[in-house]
Every structure is written in structure tokens, then in C-alpha cells.
Design a protein around this ligand. Structure first.
Ligand code: 8YV
Length: 328
């Protein structure tokens, strides 16, 4: 008999077909927003879960799923999964690294450039019919070429952001727990968080969210930033204190921000939507067809490997395991 799998969010048809060949599938074809109670009821008889980053996999859910053996998340981030609770119950956790690295680095750059050069603000002004004449000082932005870039979290995505910065002739600083093995190749210099925030003209956050990085950037850290700087977050909400950021952006220090992730997404901090210097996107870092298909397929391959009795290719945590690979 095939193992029972719950797929929480409608996925590409070719991936559904792949899963259906190996699992008895319950999926969410109309992509309805299941309530927490719905989810708890549906996991009761399942051996496997195929989830996304907005599904909270905590001890209560695991307790409601006594037969569960594997959680495959279609995300590189695993902060929505209680890894300790999974380990205690012998539940394998897999994620989807690598396949989204380049797409997410591209979006970091899109946000950085849009924030620095006021693309959204000037575009809205034009659409609103205000453009009557050209002026020397219209929408002056910040230089990107030749500026100093600060990358917080020099993992896979951080390195991909740094590689692009070389084409802009930027000086690259980074903050990381350890020395990045590729720092010489990237021409990047490791510094403390305070030094990075004080020196960088553009700061990109790409660090995983954990208790250690929660509110890593709050009021004090924002005040360390140069007034003429931008802050980009393509990692996770919660790394930045959104209330403090709204206050700081209102004061124009930093000058602008590009944000793809939010503390209580999809809800946004009060005041954020009204800020002309905030470029906002709805958690679309990995949203290219090839990256999303790569993520969806890798999550499926993890499940298929498990179903065949093999070690899934990208285990964050196997039971009785072998450590973690939860880098971004
Ligand atoms: C996903 C992400 O698009 O992989 C991650 O951790 O944040 C994004 O790439 C999103 O989480 C949907 O699962």
C-alpha cells in the first residue's frame, strides 16, 4: 500500500503526477486557505507532508499526526518547522536549497536597485500625472556602482548577491558567524554587524531566521546605518523589527528599504504601505518558473527517496542524524 501524503498547497501538475504515482495523495486542488483545525484534521492519518513556508509545523501538529514520518518543505528556510519536536518524534525534515539561490539573489538586486534609484516612487508619481517638466533634482537617488555593499549572512544566496556586486565595482563587506570559505574569491571582507551597518551604503539581509537572529536589526541597529543607505530583506520577516523600521524609514534613515518578507506576513506593519521609500514585494524571492519548479520537484524527490527507503537528497534533519544543512 502506498504511504499517505498531504499536499497543503496546489503544486505544478507535473509534480502532482509524480507524487501521485508513489503516494496516496490528498491535495488542495483549489488552493483553499485551510484553517489550522482543517490542517490538524487532515494530517491525522498521514505518513508524509508536503508543505510550504507558511505552514506552521509545530509540536501540536505533530501530536495530531501520530503516523507522520517525513515533512518535505518547498522552501530553503525551515523556521516554520519545529526541528526539535520532529527529531524527538523520529520525523525526517527536508528542504530545497540551491535551486532558488540565483532567483532569490536576482530579487535582492531588483529591490536594492529599485530602493536606491526610487523606481517605485518616481513611477507612481509619473502614473499619477505629476510629470510636467524635467528638473535637475528630480528623484535623486543613491549610487549603486562603486558603493559599499554589506551582506548579512554569507551562505549560498549571500554569495550569489556578492558575485553580482563585483560587476558593479562594489566594495563588499559581510557579517557571518564564521569566515566564508569563498571570501577571497568574492573579494569580500568579514566585519562585525555594527561596522557593516555603519559603513555599508546598501545592506542585504540573507541570514536564516532563528531565535538568534530574531530582531537582529532593530532600532539601535537601524540608527547605526548611514542616512543615505538602503536596507534589503529577502530572508525572513522577524529578522527586522518592522515597527522600528517603519519609524526609521519615516525619518529617512535609512533612506529606503526593499522588503520581500515581513514579520507577520501576509499582514503588514501599520504605516509601511504609506511609506514612499519602501519597495514592497509579497515574498516572491524564489518566484521564477524555473526556481519554483526546481523547489517543487526537489521536495517531491525527497519524498520519493524516502518512500523507496533511501536517504532523501536534501535532508535538514534525518532521524538520529547526521546534523543539519539548513543554510540559506
Ligand atoms: C519560498 C522562501 O518561495 O525558500 C524559502 O525559504 O522563503 C521562498 O523561497 C516560500 O517560502 C514559499 O515556500
Amino acid at each position: 500500500m502506498k504511504p499517505r501524503l498531504l499536499v497543503t498547497r496546489a503544486v505544478f501538475p507535473e509534480v502532482t503526477a509524480l507524487l501521485a504515482a508513489h503516494f496516496e495523495l490528498e491535495s488542495n486542488p483549489d488552493d483553499a486557505l485551510w484553517s489550522r483545525d482543517d490542517l490538524l484534521a487532515r494530517v491525522r492519518d498521514k505518513e508524509a507532508l508536503y508543505v510550504v513556508a507558511s505552514d506552521r509545523i509545530d509540536a501540536a501538529l505533530l501530536d495530531a499526526a501520530p503516523r507522520l514520518r517525513i515533512v518535505a518543505t518547498g522552501s530553503v528556510g525551515v523556521d516554520h518547522v519545529d526541528l526539535d519536536a520532529c527529531r524527538e518524534r523520529g520525523v525526517i525534515v527536508t528542504n530545497t536549497p540551491d535551486v532558488l539561490t540565483e532567483a532569490t539573489a536576482d530579487l535582492a538586486w531588483a529591490l536594492l536597485m529599485a530602493a536606491a534609484r526610487r523606481v517605485r516612487e518616481s513611477g507612481d508619481w509619473l502614473r499619477d500625472g505629476h510629470w510636467k517638466r524635467w528638473a535637475w533634482d528630480q528623484f535623486l537617488g543613491l549610487d549603486v556602482h562603486g558603493a559599499t555593499l554589506g551582506i548579512v549572512g554569507m551562505g549560498r544566496i549571500g554569495s550569489a548577491v556578492a558575485r553580482r556586486a563585483r560587476g558593479f565595482g562594489m566594495k563588499i563587506l559581510y557579517h557571518n558567524r564564521g569566515v566564508a570559505p569563498n571570501e577571497a574569491e568574492l573579494g569580500a571582507t568579514r566585519v562585525g554587524l555594527e561596522a557593516l551597518l555603519r559603513e555599508a551604503d546598501h545592506v542585504v539581509l540573507v541570514v536564516p531566521h532563528s531565535p538568534a537572529t530574531h530582531h537582529l536589526v532593530g532600532a539601535r541597529e537601524l540608527a547605526w546605518m548611514k542616512p543615505a543607505a538602503t536596507l534589503v530583506n529577502v530572508a525572513r520577516g522577524g529578522i527586522v523589527d518592522d515597527a522600528a523600521l517603519v519609524e526609521a524609514l519615516r525619518a529617512g534613515r535609512p533612506a529606503a528599504a526593499g522588503l520581500d518578507v515581513f514579520e507577520n506576513e501576509p499582514a503588514l506593519e501599520a504605516g509601511l504601505l504609506g511609506l514612499p521609500n519602501a519597495v514592497l514585494t509579497p515574498h516572491v524571492g524564489s518566484a521564477t518558473r524555473s526556481a519554483r519548479l526546481g523547489m517543487a520537484t526537489l521536495a517531491a524527490r525527497n519524498l520519493l527517496a524516502w518512500a523507496a527507503g533511501a536517504v532523501p537528497p536534501t535532508c535538514v534533519q534525518a532521524p538520529a542524524s547526521a546534523g543539519t544543512t539548513g543554510q540559506r
